[in-house]
Design a protein around this ligand. Structure first.
Ligand code: ARG
Length: 472
C-alpha cells in the first residue's frame, strides 16, 4: 500500500491477459472516474453486500464466501470512513478499487463477488441508491424552507405591501399572501421530487452487462434488501437508462428558477430604493472599497447558481442524446453534473431555510409604498360597477380621477365626496358615489374586500397557512 493515502496512486497495468501492454498514462487518467465516483463508496458496498447475500441464498456462492465478503467489506468501510483507503487511479473507478481491495483482504471469495454482475448494472444501481438518499435529504431541507415561509406568512398575514405587475404598483396585497405564492411553488417542487423518486427507486442489478445472466439469480430479493420498490423490467434499459437523473435535474432547475425569482425580489426589497426588508449581517457582505455598502450576496449567488443547475440538466440531456443501446462509456460523464446539481440545491435550500425566518420586514415603508401609486383605483372602479355603471365606463371614470390627482399631486383618499364625483366626471350622477366609498379606498379596506379562497385578505392568508401546515 502506498504511504500517501489521500492522493491517488498510479501503477499502470495491463487490463487483462487479452492486453499486451499497460494502458497509456494519459488514457488512464482520461478514462478513470475514481477522482469523482469515490462518493459512491458506501452505496457500492451496500449494493455488493445485497448481491452477495442473494448469490449465497441461490447457492451460486457458498455461505463461507458470503461471510468472508461481509468481513472484508466491513474492514473496507472502516478504511474508507477513516480516510485510510488507498484509492488507485490504475484501478479506474470506485467499483474496481473496492473489489481489488476485497480480494486482497479475503482472497478467492472476493473474486467470486462479481459473479452474474457487471459494472454496468453495478454503477446504475449505485447511482440510484446515492440519488435516492440525497432526494430524501433534499426533501427534508425543502420542508424546512416551506415551514419557514409558512411561519413568516402567518406573522405577516395583515402586513400591507404594494402588489406589482410590470414592476409597477398594481394593487395592495399582504406580505403574507405574497410569501404564500412561494409556498405554492416549493410545494409543487416537492411533489415533482417525490414523483421522480418513484422512478429512481427501481433495481438495475441482474441486467449484468446488458443481456442478463445465466445464473439462477433472484432480482426481487436484491430489490427488497436494498429497499427498491421493484426491478427495472428490461435488462438493456436497466443499464442504459438515465432518465431518473435527468428528471432530478429538471426538478432542480425548476426549483432553482423559483429560488432565483425569490432572490430577485429579496435583492430589490433590500435595495434602499425599496427598503422593504433588511437581512442580518451574517447573510450579507460589505465592499472592499465602499464602506457604506451592505450587499445581498446570498440571494445574488443563488440567482447566479441557477444557471449552473440548468447547465447540469442540459449536460445530461445532451449526454444521453442519440446514444445507442445499451451502456456506453459516455455514461461515466453523468456523475459530475448530477453531483453538482445535488450539492447546489442542497446548499441553497439550507441557506434559504436559515435566512427566511430572519427577514426583517419594514412594514411602515411597505405601507407607504402601497398607499402611493393609486393602488386602490380598481377598488373605486369595482365600487362604481356595483352601483350600476358598466365596467368599461367605470374604468374610464377612474382613469379621469387618477389623471386629476396626478395633476394636483394628491391621492384619491385626499378628495372629499364632491371632488371625487367631479374628477370622476360623475357630477350629474351623485347617486353613484356615496360616503361608503372611503373605507374601500384605503389599502386595508382593499385587501380586506378580497375574501375568497386564494385572495389576499388577512383571513384568507391564515386559511392558506393552515392548509399549508396540513400538507407538511
Ligand atoms: N466507471 C464506469 C461508469 O461510471 C463504470 C461502468 C464501466 N463499465 C464499462 N463497461 N466500462 O460508468
Amino acid at each position: 500500500m502506498s504511504s500517501s493515502k489521500n492522493s491517488l496512486s498510479n501503477k499502470a497495468q495491463a487490463w487483462s491477459a487479452r492486453f499486451n501492454e499497460p494502458v497509456d498514462e494519459l488514457v488512464q487518467r482520461y478514462t478513470a472516474s475514481i477522482g469523482f465516483d469515490q462518493r459512491f463508496a458506501l452505496v457500492d458496498i451496500a449494493g455488493s453486500l445485497a448481491h452477495a447475500e442473494m448469490l449465497a441464498k441461490q447457492k451460486i456462492i457458498s455461505i463461507q464466501d458470503l461471510e468472508s465478503i461481509k468481513n472484508g467489506m466491513a474492514k473496507i468501510r472502516s478504511e474508507i470512513e477513516s480516510g485510510q483507503f488507498n484509492w488507485q487511479l490504475a484501478l479506474e473507478d470506485v467499483h474496481l478499487n473496492i473489489e481489488a481491495r476485497l480480494t486482497e483482504l479475503v482472497g478467492d471469495a472476493g473474486k467470486r463477488l462479481h459473479t452474474g454482475r457487471s459494472r454496468n448494472d453495478q454503477v446504475a444501481t449505485d447511482l440510484r441508491l446515492w440519488l435516492r438518499d440525497n432526494v430524501d435529504i433534499i426533501s427534508t431541507t425543502l420542508q424546512a424552507l416551506r415551514l419557514a415561509i409558512l411561519d413568516l406568512s402567518e406573522k405577516h398575514a395583515a402586513t400591507i405591501m404594494p402588489g406589482h405587475t410590470h414592476l409597477q404598483v398594481a394593487q395592495p396585497i399582504t406580505f403574507g399572501h405574497h410569501l404564500m405564492a412561494y409556498f405554492e411553488m416549493f410545494s409543487r417542487d416537492e411533489s415533482r421530487l417525490q414523483d421522480c423518486r418513484k422512478r429512481i427507486n427501481k433495481l438495475p442489478l441482474g441486467a449484468a452487462a446488458l443481456a442478463g445472466t445465466s445464473y439462477p439469480i433472484n432480482r426481487d430479493l436484491v430489490a427488497q434488501l436494498l429497499g427498491f420498490d421493484g426491478i427495472c423490467d428490461n435488462s438493456l434499459d436497466a443499464v442504459s437508462d438515465r432518465d431518473f437523473a435527468i428528471e432530478f435535474c429538471a426538478f432542480a432547475s425548476i426549483l432553482m428558477m423559483h429560488i432565483s425569482r425569490l432572490s430577485e425580489e429579496l435583492i430589490l426589497w433590500l435595495s434602499p430604493r425599496f427598503g422593504f426588508i433588511d437581512l442580518p449581517d451574517r447573510f450579507c457582505t460589505g465592499s472592499s472599497i465602499m464602506p457604506q455598502k451592505k450587499n445581498p450576496d446570498v440571494p445574488e449567488l443563488a440567482r447566479g447558481k441557477t444557471g449552473r443547475v440548468y447547465g447540469d440538466l442540459i449536460s445530461l440531456l445532451t449526454l444521453m442524446k442519440s446514444q445507442p443501446l445499451a451502456y456506453n462509456k459516455d455514461n461515466q460523464e453523468d456523475k459530475e453534473p448530477l453531483f453538482d446539481a445535488v450539492d447546489t440545491v442542497q446548499d441553497t435550500l439550507r441557506i434559504f431555510a436559515d435566512m427566511i425566518p430572519h427577514i426583517q420586514v419594514q412594514a411602515k415603508t411597505m405601507l407607504v409604498a402601497a398607499e402611493g401609486g393609486f393602488a386602490t383605483a380598481t377598488d373605486l372602479a369595482d365600487y362604481l360597477v356595483k352601483k350600476g355603471l358598466a365596467f368599461r365606463d367605470a374604468h374610464e371614470a377612474v382613469a379621469h380621477a387618477v389623471k386629476a390627482c396626478v395633476e394636483r399631486q394628491c391621492m384619491l383618499t385626499d378628495l372629499n365626496l364632491s371632488e371625487l364625483r367631479l374628477v370622476c366626471g360623475l357630477k350629474n350622477r351623485p347617486e353613484l358615489i356615496g360616503d361608503d366609498i372611503f373605507p374601500l379606498l384605503t389599502v386595508m379596506g382593499s385587501v380586506q374586500s378580497r375574501q375568497h379562497p386564494g385572495g389576499t385578505a388577512p383571513e384568507q392568508v391564515l386559511v392558506a397557512v393552515t392548509r399549508g401546515r396540513e400538507k407538511l
